[in-house]
Design a binder for this molecule. Sequence first.
Ligand code: ADP
Ligand code: ZN
Length: 531
Amino acid sequence: MSRALEILNEVFGYPAFRGQQRDIVEHVADGGDCLVLMPTGGGKSLCYQIPSLVRREAGLGAGVVVSPLIALMQDQVAAMKELGVRAAYLNSTLTGAEAAATERALRDGDLDLLYVAPERLMTPRFLELLERARIGLFAIDEAHCVSQWGHDFRPEYMQLSVLHERFPSVPRIALTATADAITRDEIVHRLALDEARVFISSFDRPNIRYRIVEKDNARSQLLDFIRAEHTNDDGTTDAGVIYCLSRRKVEETADWLKTQGVRALPYHAGMDFETRQRHQEIFQREEGVVICATIAFGMGIDKPDVRFVAHLDLPKSVEGYYQETGRAGRDGLPANAWMAYGLGDVVQQRKMIDESEADETHKRVQTSKLDALLGLCETAACRRVRLLSYFGEASKPCGNCDTCLEPPATWDASREAQMALSCVFRARRASGFHFGAGHLIDILRGNQTEKVRERGHDTLSTFGIGAELSEPEWRGVFRQLVAYGYLTVDHDGFGAFMLTESSKPVLKGEQSVTLRRYVKPTRTRQASSRA
Ligand code: ADP
Ligand code: ZN
């Protein structure tokens, strides 16, 4: 039996390796570099803990783990110590004396595993210390933090290639749970891992049921969802996370849910540290707590029984969506990923990219990431197939997402797309301004509103030509036209629409447009079918 397996059994008390763990552990224990892409909950920690112990026993020195997550470091060190491993951490929470004692232990060879924050690692003093100590391997956890395009970017991660330059003979293992092709390349490039073996695990989380509903009244849709699927007989709620884009919306949603009998707590970076910390702890330790949060919440949360993750606003990318929804169901039991998504979300995200300070390249990358996410939202095919294919993984329709369970109807909307696009064009030509969905829909449906009359838009040839579609149906058309790039959002900041290059073939009838049919929210449908 290999020493790695013995350590797994004896130290960790697990009978067998999972998935690719065994190959990874042996590769690193033998001194190889690697990049490990494994979903959250897949068991990344063992991939560096066991090789560290193997190499330590062989007299090659301690394992050094770079991690940006202070809470996680502390938890892991406590867990390691309980197993009899000599583990310690170095981060900003230690006193000078504590840090000095840990550094001494490392130098004297009294540690098996040392967790260190990247900013600490990169100090010249610490690098010198590492040169004097014996180091068996470097593990770079949360390696996607090196990516400038991701929202977890940590500038200190950019300097981690220094490890390779200063310690060429020490193997390095970089690990992450998020990596589309762009991020993956960036990790390899920035950490100088060109020679490293890449281990890609399946990113599928089969126990998570994906659902993306069209926004009608998002709050009450959310409450309906929680009541229907995550409320127990005694009235308590399952543990869940609700993501909102703004701090204000986080607060408002939490307050409102409380009035509805849901034990909701807010969490965002604008709250004072103690309150935030307290809310996180309550969520972690107690049952029945729902956290309303911005994306500031989540990295390093290790709660296995989160039963649902809900999005009231659109994430920034498929990776973001995957990572955030991935916090549900880490225990492998059924969990829900639920999102409400509407025209306003598309407009808002496009605007945010437009108005950001970023340079053109950065904006282009963000735009293509958003487009991929919109594709996931609008797809009439299996969500999981779409999600996994974004990470380069082929799969079959899953039977556990909304589109598999209730396949959405699609329709040939070429004519309606032409109406909408030519309405954008004519309204603009008539008044010199671009208009948003509300006004354009009034024109299409022939509503004699004050604004329509004032602007003389009741004389446009598109006035009233789209009366057979309801207002929500038109919103669905506009949303999809924006999602597919047939329309774009004006730079003026008011969410007005403009034509794009891709609009032309549609207007000329050279390009057909297939859209998802608007589905009325269930409540209304039930009400009307009873009438
Ligand atoms: P990740 O860092 O990839 O999110 P962790 O390393 O935290 O995942 O592991 C997730 C859970 O799975 C932990 O509770 C861990 O103890 C458990 N685990 C990992 N590998 C094994 C294994 N081979 N056998 C049993 N349990 C495992
Ligand atoms: Zn599916």
